[in-house]
Design a binder for this molecule. Structure first.
Ligand SMILES: [Zn+2]
Length: 211
């Protein structure tokens, strides 16, 4: 369901886009906002009750089970987040060295991780020798998943504040984000929708890192 909602968000972005030509520059760390925000609806109790029905009885998902889903979504988040962020820093570190600079990969990785104070119990999500993102299109942009997460959690809060099916909020998201689709500065698009710049508190709260 997450994948379906996610990809449908990309589809909506394309369908509602009002740009003239097929291709335009969208900030790399912004492209996953329209898709990732959709994932928030998947496990909303109100939403689950509409589609997660028992295959024989047609009964809606019971509240205890919905609560279990919510609780399990908090499992191991601290570990996963640090592991991921370590890889983001490693990616950035590699992209700060010059083209002719020779490095010892193992040593370079250790130094970069020591610099951010990574504890020995955790290693970067991808070690240098199989970190394909760092050279395969996400070069110095591996962090973009998480920046998009800051955006989608903060943007979804607007729906939480006004109602997850609030028409006006949805219309504003369509007008300011989906229709603009890379034809103007991403931060401007965001501020036009949210009324302010993004804050990371929604992400931290949803991961269970703060109340
Ligand atoms: Zn995507």
């Amino acid at each position: 369901m997450h994948t379906l909602f996610h990809e449908f968000g990309h589809a909506l972005d394309g369908l509602f886009s009002e740009k003239t030509y097929g291709y335009s520059f969208i900030a790399w760390d912004f492209v996953e906002l329209p898709s990732q925000i959709m994932e928030h609806w998947v496990t909303e109790p109100e939403m689950l009750k509409s589609y997660a029905l028992h295959y024989e009885t047609g009964e809606a998902m019971p509240d205890e089970l919905i609560e279990k889903i919510r609780e399990s979504s908090l499992f191991n988040n601290g570990f996963a987040k640090v592991e991921y962020l370590a890889a983001c820093y490693l990616d950035m570190a590699y992209h700060t060295i010059g083209p002719d600079e020779e490095v010892d990969v193992a040593e370079f990785e250790k130094e970069a991780m020591d610099e951010i104070g990574l504890i020995s119990e955790i290693v970067p999500r991808y070690r240098s020798t199989y970190f394909l993102h760092a050279t395969g299109g996400y070069d110095s942009g591996y962090y973009s998943y998480d920046w998009a997460a800051v955006l989608d959690h903060d943007a979804y809060d607007a729906f939480k504040e006004n109602g997850i099916f609030d028409n006006e909020t949805a219309q504003s998201f369509r007008n300011n984000i989906l229709e603009k689709n890379g034809t103007m500065d991403a931060m401007e698009m965001y501020v036009n929708f949210r009324g302010r710049e993004p804050e990371r508190t929604a992400l931290l709260r949803n991961l269970g890192f703060m109340e």
